[in-house]
Design a protein around this ligand. Sequence first.
Ligand SMILES: [Zn+2]
Length: 219
Amino acid sequence: MAKKSITEDAQDVMRAAVLIELGARIQVLESEVNLSRDRMIRLYQEVKGVSPPKGMLPFSVDWFMTWSPNIHASLFYNIYLFLKDLAGCTRFEALTKGYKLYLEHCERHSSYVMLSFTRAWTLVRFFDAGILQLTRCCSCTGKFVTRKQDSAHGAVCGSCQPPSRAGKSAKAVPRITEDEAVEECTVAESVAGEESSSTLSSSAGMLPEQCEASCGQAA
Ligand SMILES: [Zn+2]
């Protein structure tokens, strides 16, 4: 491994700290920053005050296709793309700032945080690998997450076409924490209808200003 300068090393530490703060798992850090595993674990303990969770990352594409996660994933990925392609953010900035904006959006709409940071990161990887794509909804014209091979013709997003059971579950759904990976899948099954159906459509109006504000801070 080529020897890093002190500045590069400091940048890696800062980036890793940002990722840990947002809830990234060690596997995400390994892919995004150039630090030894030992240092990443020490940093994780410093930032979070606990040891990093063990176990595999969530990796299912199917999860993003279920109704409520699909709405959250679509919201996040639209923010991410806006930041990366239109607001001049780097991939790392788009990922981290995009995720913060997603959290703010959930907060503002009193919605569950369905997408953990690690899930959001996995989603971006699926797009990078050409497994997923954005498809325009023929009803609301918003773009939502679909599989690459799915037909774009006549596609309708989850906000426009909620399943019949939407809103019927009275079960409380907890906010996702950094070591949510396992529970996340079950959370997807039991979400209330109203908040989710408003998520994608209501985001359209407020997104650009929010994103610009965020990137302005970065400059
Ligand atoms: Zn729609």
